[in-house]
Design a protein around this ligand. Sequence first.
Ligand SMILES: [Zn+2]
Ligand SMILES: [Zn+2]
Length: 302
Amino acid sequence: MASRVVKGGHALTEYLNASKAAEPLWGDVQKHVLDRASQPSGRRLDVLHPSEMVKTDWCHRAAFHRLRLNAEAPGRGRSSFTRENIFEEGHRTHEKWQNWFSQMGRLAGNWKCRLCGTEFWNDTTPAECHECEAPRSCLTYAEVPLNADPLRIGGKADGYSPRDGALIEIKTLGLGSLRYERPEFLERYMVETESFGKVPDLTRLWRDFRRPLPTAVRQTQLYMYLGRHFEDLEIDRTVFFYDFKSTQETKSFSVIYDEAFSEPLIDAAAAIVDCVAADTAPYCNLNGRSGCPSCLEFKERK
Ligand SMILES: [Zn+2]
Ligand SMILES: [Zn+2]
C-alpha cells in the first residue's frame, strides 16, 4: 500500500532532497523550480510535435493515444533541477541570438504584444503592435509557427531569415545538455586521468564538433518540410548556431533541405490521424503486438 503512495521516483527524491539543502534559500529555490516544472506547461497535447516525431523511439501507437485522450500518459513529465536549469539556459540563449538578428532586421516570425495579447507575423522587427500600436518594447518575439493542421503537426522554429532563405536553429552545447541528449557522443570523449579518474575532454569534443547532432538535423528537415508545404515560407536551408557553454565560443553549420528526408514521417502522421478518425489504435511500430514502454504507459487509461 505504502509503495503505491510514494510512487514518484527520481523527481520526488530530488524534491525531498531539496528540503535537506544546507542553505535554506538554495533548498527553497530548488523546490520552487521543481514546483513550476510540475505545472501544466502549455505544451499542446492535441498535436504531434516534430521533436518527438524525429526520435528513433517515436511510437505511433502512443502518439495515437495521446491525441485521442488529449493527455500524456500518467507519470510523464518528471524533471530535476539540473534539467530545468538546462532548459532555462537554452531559452536565454535563444533570446540573445534572436535579439541580435532582430536588431539586424534579419528576423521574421510571429510577435506577441504584452499589452493586448495579439500575435502577428512580420517579415522584420515591427516598430509597433499591429493591433493596438503599443511600442516595440511591448513586443516579444514568438518565433516561427510551423503547423500542418490536416496532419495535426504543430511546431516552432527558433527563427527565420527571409533574406537568407533560411530557418535558424540555436543550440547550446555543454556537459549538462550532452549528458541528457547525447550520452553516447559524450562517452567518446571520456578519458582516463590519474588524479580524477574518467573525465570528459571538452577541448577535443569542441574541436571535433563539425556538424549538428543527428536528432537536430532530422528535426529541422521536418521543420523545413512544414515551412515549405504548409506555411508558404521560402526556405532552402537551416543555419545552426551552437554556443559552447565552457568557452562561449560559437560554431555555425548549414543544412540543405532534402524533401525525401521527411516523407516517411509525414506518411506516419497521416496514418495516425486516420486511426484517430476511425478510433482504431495502430499497432506499435517499435514492438508489434506486445507494445513498447511508451504505448504500454497508456494501457490503463484506455
Ligand atoms: Zn498590442
Ligand atoms: Zn509502442
